[in-house]
Write a protein that binds this ligand. Sequence first.
Ligand code: SAH
Ligand code: SF4
Length: 402
Amino acid sequence: MPLALTLARPPPSPASSKLSLAGLNRLELGAALRALDIPERDIRMRVAQLWHWIYFRGARDFHAMLNISKPLRSRLSEAFTLALPELVAEQVSSDGTRKWLLRFRPVDAHDKGAEIECVYIPESDRGTLCVSSQVGCTLNCSFCHTGTQRLARNLTAPEIIAQLLVARQRLGDFPGLDKPVAGLVPSGEGVRAVSNIVFMGMGEPLYNLDNVMAAVETMADGDGLSLSKRRITVSTSGVAPQIERLGAECGPMLAISLHAVRDDLRNKLVPLNKKYPIGELLAACRDYPGVSNARRITFEYVMLKGVNDTPAEARQLVRLLKGIPAKINLIPFNPWPGAPYECSDWETMERFSEIVFNAGYASPVRTPRGRDILAACGQLKSETERLRAGAKMATERSCLLK
Ligand code: SAH
Ligand code: SF4
């Protein structure tokens, strides 16, 4: 039985908000300290202290930072906060998957506070956090629920990092915090509750590349959040010209949402294919800086009944990927209300998977996770909006009755 814990209060007023230091990089923290007239000779040391408290220990209050003098702690809390986005809703699936709907602070008077979602998927030896890079998505892939939502904006780097900070808070994954009572969390020597990040939530990361790369650098910093770049995967629907930059300047793992082996079909499923067709996309993959058999590119392939799931397509997939160090992830389509597709039958997926397996790829069909909480990206947001609309209608009806 899924559990929905919270539904939000009205958005906070932007005027009352101080800058939150949670999510800032070292340069930005330095600038914040300079604004408090901290002597230049102390900036490096103070930045290191803040970094440790925010990213290593998960401090939520400046007064917990005991190696910083009391007067400076007071000045910091007068000028800044350590606020994280507001948790609007949390759902816990029977399989331990958790889904959070987060609302960011409004950026101006017209902004009602952007909402995004992130999903946590625990397994026995790892815990993967699926983060969003944009509010909504402009790309309109025909099987994706996020594509049906209007893009509001790119997320900033601190907003992307804040998703990991919220997850570590909720999961008790910072030193000194209790582990949550309910739900499966991975175990083992040195295993963190969140050990892996995938940019597979809402949005197209390569359309927000600067912020995504900045967020990856902070997440991978060994003095703080300490996630190796080999455990951070950026998934793209195929923005071919940006792939080289991602590899050369940042170097996380790469995933490609392929989903079709012919341009005519991929044009329909992933309309961006009209701009960057399969040949161009795969050429960019072959040239991805750092790609090797030890650092393979993941190709995602969503299984759509009667659309892209024949044995001939499985064989063509193998042919297409020849020469690219690759992993293949077959994803059962996660249906959403009104979706124009169905998930392939189990036998069809097994046949497809066998062809791929016989060609030398480990290609288990990924077990659907969190089905009871609509874990496909974009769905919690819509569901919450539907509930809110329902609540509003009920209020209006009761007003009419008076
Ligand atoms: N925009 C990026 C990353 C976010 S989408 C991209 O497209 O790669 C993350 C993954 O979820 C993509 O592979 C996408 O194709 C897949 N996806 C989207 N909707 C889905 C659904 N309803 N069922 C299964 N997978 C889905
Ligand atoms: Fe956007 Fe990715 Fe969904 Fe396509 S699959 S609409 S690129 S989030």
